[in-house]
Write a protein that binds this ligand. Structure first.
Ligand SMILES: [Zn+2]
Length: 73
């Protein structure tokens, strides 16, 4: 029942947000603050409920560190 093991592991990993592991085409990455590689790209946007500011989550495709920054509107 190998497929059952695949299904259960997929269900477990679905709980964590998916992070990119490769640079998307046309990306202009910045230098990652942790690993220092040019692999730090803007990722998801969200609006902060409290401050109403738009926040951009940046992610490093090499070491998967994430960082939120205010996004200019
Ligand atoms: Zn990194």
């Amino acid at each position: 029942m190998a497929w059952a093991a695949v299904l259960s592991s997929a269900a477990m990993t679905a709980k964590v947000p998916w992070l990119p592991s490769q640079l998307p085409p046309g990306a202009k990455p910045e230098r990652c603050p942790r690993c220092g590689k040019r692999a730090f790209i803007p990722w998801t946007l969200r609006r902060d409920d409290r401050t109403k500011a738009v926040m951009r989550t940046w992610v490093c495709t090499e070491c998967q560190i994430t960082q939120e920054r205010p996004e200019p509107e």
